[in-house]
Design a protein around this ligand. Sequence first.
Ligand SMILES: Cc1ncc(COP(=O)(O)O)c(C=O)c1O
Length: 438
Amino acid sequence: MTRSPASFLPAPEQAAALTERSLSPLAQGMEDSQIRAVASQVWALQAQGVEVCNLTIGDFVPAQFPVPKAFMERMVREAQAGQTNYTPSDGIPELKKAIADQYQRELGIDFGPESVVVGAGARPLMWATYLAFLKPGDGFAYGVPSWNTQYYDYLFQCRGLVMVGRPEARFLPTVEQVERVLPQARILALNSPLNPTGTAYRAEELEPVCQALLAENKRRERDGRPPCMLMYDQVYWTLTGPGVAHSHPLALVPELAPYTVYLDAISKSLAATGLRVGWAVVPPHLQGAFKSVIGHMGGFAPRPEQRAAAWYLAQPEQVAADRAVMNAGVRSRLGLLVETIEGMRDEGLPVDLIRPEGGIYLSVRFDLHGRRTASGQKLDTNDDIRLFLLHEAGLAVVPFQAFGLEGDTGWFRISVGAAEPAKVIAGLERLRTALRGM
Ligand SMILES: Cc1ncc(COP(=O)(O)O)c(C=O)c1O
C-alpha cells in the first residue's frame, strides 16, 4: 500500500499551532504586502462580473503598455539561440557596459561598467544593499509613504528612522527631516519619482539633502565611524512628466560617489516587470559584497533578457522612440484623471490631488471622514472610504497606509499601469455620481 505524504499533513484545525511551532520568530512576524491584499479583493469582485476600474496595481497591463517589440523579439531570439545558461553573478559584461553608457549619455554620470551589478529586477539589489550595510538594530532612514520600505525595515530588524511625509512637501522627505535622522542612520533610502505619490525631487530640494549627507559622512570619516549610505531608487526615472527633469544625487554632489548606490531596472522603464532585469550602480570598492549576495541568493537576471537588454539599451533612437510612446500613454491617462478630479474639486466635491511629476502614480485625497454614504453608513477610516469607492463607484485605489503612512489621512494612490482610458472615464463618472449623492 502506498502511503500518501498528503495524509500526514496537519488537519486545518491543527495547522495554526504547527505553523507557529515551525516558523522562526522573524517569519512569524512577517506581513504580506497590503497592496496585494487590496488587489486580490478587486480581482474577486471582477470575477463575479462587477465592473471595477482597477487603479491599484503598480504594474502594467500588456494590452495597455506592451514591452517594446524590438526588445521582446530580441529576447525570444536569444532564448531560441541557446542563450539559456547561468550568467556571471553580477551580469554579462555587454549589459554592464550598455547601462554605464546609457547613464553617461542620459544622466551625465561616468562611473564605468565596473560599477554596475545586474540582478533579477531592482529587488535583489535592494536586498543586497541592506545586507551589505545593515546589521540588526542599525538606523535605517526612510520616508513614508514609500513602496514596501516598512517591510524591509522589519525583515532586516533595523531601527526605522521614519520620516513622515507631508502633502505640503509632496510627501518627499525634506532636508530638515533628513538632518534630524542622519546622525543615527546607516542607510538613507530615497526614491524619486516616488511610488506611491508620483512626485519627484527637484534639484533644489535634493541638493541640500545630498550636502547634509556629505557633511555627515565627512564628520564620520574624521572619527573613523561607518558612513551613512544613500540608496537612491530611481526605477521610474525615465517616466518623468513634461517639464520635470530627473534629479539624481551624483549630478548634484559628485563627492557622494563613495556613499551612493543607485537602483534601477527595466521593470518600469520597459513595462517589463515579469522579465526581471535590474541593476545597482555601486562603487567598485563595495562590489564584492553585492556580487556575493546576488550569487548566493541566485538573484541573477535570466540570460536571454540580459542579452536583449544589452542590445536594446545600446540603440538610443529605438529607446527614445519607445519611451515617447509609453510616456504619452502614461501622461494621457494621468491627465484624464487630473482634469476630471480637479473638475470635481472645483465643483465643491471633497476631493483633492497633487499634480503628478513622474512614475505612473497620482496622489488623491478623498476627504470623506465623518460623512455618510447614501445608504447612511458613516465613513470613519481610510479603509471605509476605500470600500465605499470600490462598492459604490467601482473604483479601486490603495490607501497610503499600505505604504507605511499611518493614520486616516484620506490620501490614496492611483496607478494607471492597468488603466484602460474608457474604463477610467466610466469609473470617474461613477465616482462623481457617488460623491454627489452623499
Ligand atoms: C520604487 C520601487 N522600487 C523598486 C521596485 C521593484 O522593482 P523590481 O520589480 O524591478 O524588483 C518597485 C516595484 O514596484 C518600486 O515601485
